[in-house]
Design a protein around this ligand. Structure first.
Ligand code: SAM
Ligand code: SF4
Length: 389
């Protein structure tokens, strides 16, 4: 257990800065999804929303503290419902007001049914240089059970259209642990994704979340033994095609990891704009850490009087070690030990006893400079995290 009395502080350093842009509308709400996404009923107020996003950037400029953006991520909902011109306005405003690093990564999440060759070209022209396509599964029967609007064929077409539009950096989102799935059908999904030769595959285990249709009417999912088998064989298959697992659900070809997500897991900083978006910021001048949160309901968020408004909550000192560990230990290679003091403002001595014990139990690797789990520790992350409560 962590001793939270007399916590000795060190100086917080500014980590890299990213920008998350939330687009909260979808053509239809999927029965498993608890993201802040709303089925569009009328026409999406796209122009107003883009204005509100730009107002959010303006209002958060004081949080930037001289940094340029290392990544931007348009997440959803379904950002590909927006036009290239709207996306371009947001990118240009961010560049003008904050500025970009030379190798800035700009990702947009796209649903297969909402893209056309023209639209993908527009996104590419707008400055999107990485596209994440939500495929979920290549089985038409499973797509149906998941309430998806696209087919396996249109998913493959979307990937091909993205390549033709010029995208070199493509991710495919897949889920496993689906109703009636066995090892062979889960591997078939991965094999289809591998065949497209994309550089990145996100492979999530389906979880049943509160406030979803699957929660009130749950499908019969594979048991934990079968899930473990699917995960073991799936990781092996991905690895044999040189997709390295670098986070619990993320696999990438060498040096093709997602900068934006890596920054998030390394306890880096990000500004969150749009309905329900949250951010995490190091305030160097005050030596504090804050989380920001914007209004969740698109209508409330869009009310004129709220323009740019957000809630700020400080991450108090006793919470910081657990919050830090919950992020960084998801990374297979961990992070340099010095990030702990630089990014929490607490001296390393506060966790050293716990780390020594975890190393003795074979859950963390016995290195001086890196915070890193062993393969056993990676499988039992919750056991490790409990020690930082
Ligand atoms: C922000 S979401 C949605 C992106 C996009 N709208 C789509 O549906 O393709 C990003 C990814 O989270 C995953 N996801 C969503 N709900 C999930 C759940 N309940 N369990 C596991 N993964 C989930 C899906 O793979 C999804 O593509
Ligand atoms: S999974 Fe994607 S498309 Fe489905 S409701 Fe959630 S955000 Fe929208």
């Amino acid at each position: 257990m962590l001793n939270i009395t007399n916590l000795q502080k060190t100086k917080l350093r500014l980590p890299p800065m990213a920008l998350y842009i939330h687009i909260p509308w979808c053509s239809r709400k999927c029965p498993y999804c608890d993201f802040n996404s709303h089925e569009r009923v009328k026409k999406i107020p796209e122009r107003n929303y883009v204005e509100a996003l730009i107002a959010d950037i303006k209002n958060d400029l004081h949080l930037v503290q001289g940094r340029k953006l290392s990544s931007l991520f348009f997440g959803g909902g379904t950002p590909s419902l927006f036009t290239g011109s709207s996306i371009s306005k947001v990118i240009q405003s961010a560049e003008k007001m904050i500025g970009f690093n030379d190798d800035v990564e700009i990702t947009l999440e796209a649903n297969p049914e909402s893209v056309t060759p023209r639209k993908l070209q527009d996104f590419y022209q707008a400055g999107i240089n990485r596209i994440s396509i939500g495929v979920q599964t290549f089985s038409d029967q499973q797509l149906n059970l998941l309430g998806r609007m696209h087919s396996s064929h249109s998913a493959i077409q979307a990937v091909e259209m993205a390549k033709t539009a010029g995208f070199k950096r493509i991710n495919i989102d897949l889920m496993h642990g689906l109703e009636g799935q066995n090892v062979s059908s889960a591997l078939n999904d991965l094999q289809c994704a591998i065949s497209t030769e994309v550089e990145h595959i996100s492979w999530y285990q389906l979880t049943i979340e509160k406030n979803t249709m699957f929660f009130s009417n749950p499908p019969k999912l594979p048991d934990s033994q079968l899930i473990s088998e699917i995960q073991e064989h799936g990781s092996q298959l991905l690895q044999s095609h040189s997709y390295e697992q670098y986070e619990i659900s993320a696999f990438a070809k060498p040096r093709k990891q997602c900068t934006h997500n890596q920054n998030y897991w390394q306890f880096g900083d990000y500004i969150g704009i749009g309905a329900g978006a949250h951010g995490k910021i190091t305030l160097n001048n005050e030596q504090t850490l804050v989380r920001t949160l914007r209004k969740r309901q698109p209508n409330n968020y869009l009310e004129k009087k709220n323009k740019g408004e957000k809630k700020c909550m400080s991450i108090e000192i006793p919470q910081r070690p657990l919050e830090f560990m919950m992020n960084v230990l998801r990374l297979k290679d961990g992070v340099p030990l010095k990030y702990f003091s630089e990014r929490t403002g607490l001296h390393e001595s506060h966790i050293s006893k716990i780390i020594i014990n975890l190393k003795k139990q074979g859950l963390m690797v016995d290195t001086e400079k890196q915070l890193l789990t062993t393969p056993l520790g990676f499988r039992f992350l919750d056991t490790i995290l409990n020690r930082f409560l």
